[in-house]
Design a protein around this ligand. Structure first.
Ligand code: ZN
Length: 154
């Protein structure tokens, strides 16, 4: 794992050890499950979106590698209180960043910038983006399990 050492910055380790917004969510009205077969990362995501489209609460459960867990944890922190449209915008910015598509990382990403380093490790891009793909599926009420293997072309 030493080749990934520069990815394991304090924030990622902190979120992996003490995931935020982890557990059941009472009153959730959007849900999706995600699976990354390449690494074995699993996520079950619940959102409570109010009538104005604001993400009132968001929680996840699951198991997986440090990157997938930290990404899910930091995503929930970043999206709580945001409008669903903003959440999708941040998702696209995050995706472009981890894919190395954006020349400059948008300031809106804030702490999520720590994941910029995963672009050097294609297998880890799927770990970092799993929670986000799952979030998008949940907002669109997709029933099928989100996988990073087929359907989603990184
Ligand atoms: Zn992983």
């Amino acid at each position: 794992m030493s080749e990934f050492s520069d990815l394991y910055q304090d924030q990622i380790l902190d979120h992996q050890k003490n995931p935020r917004n982890f557990g059941e969510l009472a009153g959730a009205n959007h849900h999706a499950d995600g699976f990354n077969p390449l690494c074995g990362d699993k996520i079950s995501l619940n959102l409570k979106v109010d009538a104005k489209g604001i993400i009132e609460d968001i929680k996840f459960k699951g198991s997986g590698c440090a990157i997938s867990k930290a990404s899910a944890s930091m995503m929930t922190v970043a999206l709580k209180g945001k409008k669903s449209g903003e959440a999708e915008k941040i998702f696209h910015q995050f995706h472009d960043m981890v894919m190395g598509k954006s020349a400059k990382t948008p300031a809106e990403l804030g702490k999520l910038k720590v994941f910029a380093g995963v672009r050097e490790f294609p297998a880890r891009v799927k770990c970092a983006s799993l929670a986000w793909h799952t979030m998008e599926a949940a907002l669109h009420d997709k029933q099928e399990v989100v996988t990073t293997d087929d359907g989603i072309k990184e």
